[in-house]
Design a protein around this ligand. Sequence first.
Ligand code: ADP
Length: 763
Amino acid sequence: MAKQKKSAELVNANKEIAFQDQEKEKRAAELVIANKELAFQNNEKEKRAAELIIANKELAFQNNEKEKRAAELVIANKELVFQNNEKEKRETLNKELEAVSYSARLASQYSLSLIEASRDPLFTISPKGKITDLNQASVRVTGLSREKLIGTDFFDYFTDPDKARKGYQEVFAKGFVADYPLTVRDHNQTDVLFNGSVYKDDRGNVIGAVVVARDITEQKRIEKELIEAKVFAELATEIAEEAKRKAESATVIAEDAVKAKQQFLSNMSHEIRTPMNAIIGFTKVVLKTDLTAKQKEYLTAIKMSGDALIVLINDILDLAKVDAGKMTFVHTPFKLALSISAMLHLFETKIQEKNLELIKEYDNKIPEVLVGDPVRLHQIILNLVSNAVKFTTQGKITVSVRLLDENEEIATLEFAVKDTGIGIPENKIEKIFENFQQATSGTSRLYGGTGLGLAIVKQLVEPQGGSIKVKSKIDEGSTFSFILPFQKTKIEPELEIEPIELDTEIKHIKILVVEDIALNQLLMKTLLDDFGFEREIVANGRLAIEKLQTNSYDIILMDLQMPEMNGFEATEYIRNKMNSKVPIIALTADVTTVDLAKCKAVGMNDYIAKPVDEKLLYNKIIGLVKKPANMKTNVDKEHTDNKPKYTDLHYLMHRTKSDPKLMMEMISLYLEQTPPLISAMKESLKTKDWKSLYAAVHKMIPSFSIVGISTDFENMAKKVQEYASIQKQIDEIPAMVLQLETVCTQACKELEQEFNTIKNTKI
Ligand code: ADP
């Protein structure tokens, strides 16, 4: 093994030696090459040295050149600085130039946009009228392109070229034209207002004109619409006015119709009443004479028919009055219990005849004296009871009055009229309060009547603040009940005058009858002769006044409607011009429509309805003649001292604590102020100057209470004031003004006396 290893090592050593030899040979070869290289390098070195000399020479030359260049460079630098400066200058200039041209561009764009912004055609024209420039609106309006428009005659684009030509000529002649109306020849025929102004070059030469054609279509449309609207409005106003006129004339017609109806009813009633009054009056006269039983029976029938007719006429008149809104109510103290008893008395005979029973139920809690309209209440109950009697054949009729409610001022009462009669069908109950309505069509034939009674009752209850209702069952009976409020009072009512036996002392009564109708004159004559009174008869107010100038009378019976001078006028004259207090009783044909307030206002003492009830007439005459205040009076001035005093200085004394100086001052103030106010009041009434009348009366009113003139006159003055301010019921003003004049004049006289008395007492 070791041998093998040794041989192997040997082989390796041999191989190493061989390799070492090879390497030796390689190095020798490399050395040869290196030597060759070195020889080459030396050679090259020599070459380089030779080149270096040349290079040095070159360098010296180059340095020379360099210096030359440096000198040149200094010059070039200077040049460069100059050039740069110049360049900078140029650049600034350029920038400025650019800026200028930009703003110019901007300006032109601005004006262009301004021009384009105009929605109206805007163009420039040459002095010859050729279009030189234009905006888009012009293109739109004409429908032609810009190119087509430029250079053409501007006036050709209008419906009236001549007018357009004149317009543009005016621009150049005057320098401008404003709102020159033209119409563009487009398919819309646009209306424009042409406005133009010339423009000039630097030297002031006119080189063209700028023209705007303002489209006024919209304006025109609005104008047209406005005109149309105005026309419509005018038309509408006209229609409205026409309608108003029609309505007014319809109202006038309606009012005229109502007036005509009233007038007709009033005339007719007068016409019917006059003979009726005579018939009834004379029937009564004849009934008092010796008659056979048959004659008495017939005459009684005539009288009853007459009475029924009068009731019917009164009903119709009342209804007309309700229609005209002229139903008035008085407020007077009266005793209800007495009133009811007296009324039921009227039915006694009838009830006995029909074999019915009449029951009265009266609540004793009801205050004895109430304030209201006893005549109207009478009318209401009379209507209800007469219906109950009429529609009841057996059983009883109960009239009850009870106190429903009471406070310090008001007592509310419920009145009921109950019967056991035929009853009213349920479906008719609502209807029976209407005009001319009866429960069944056969009612009139069987029971008579007109269907007016309940309508009137309703109209008498409701305006007084009351209400009416009915409960009814067929064949069992009906109950009509109504509720009415009454004012309470402590004032005693004027006593009904008890019949006075004729005594010789008062037999010598002298009466003046003022009556135009011969029949009535005769009837009055008969009645008065019967009473044993002395009487004179005249036919109208004027004649009555003439009689009064020379004669004296105890009483005057005055008809109201008379020719020449009616009863109101005559009374007014007697009271105010003649200063006479002679008692006057109005004879009224128509108690339901007569204005009792008017009778009172003119100074009448009482009234009596025709047909005249002789007992009532007698009582009224005696009552008035016997009153000491109304003792025999005539025009004789001496008697004026008996007049009641209008003034009462209690209030003034109280206010002034009876200081005479103060009282005299107050009185003289009144005496100073009042006469001019009276004159102003009279004058304004004469000239129908309602404003001044109002003012005069207004100034008078406060003094009334100071000098103690009755509140009645104060209220009258207030009424005058009210009527004058709204100019209603002006026909009632003169009587009231006259009355106020009398009162105030008299008050002045009284106060003068008072003044003197105080003055004298003071001294
Ligand atoms: P007139 O009695 O004149 O017919 P009214 O207006 O007084 O008119 O009455 C209207 C109608 O109401 C009467 O026609 C009648 O049909 C009915 N009526 C009124 N009161 C009664 C009553 N007490 N009983 C039955 N029916 C009545």
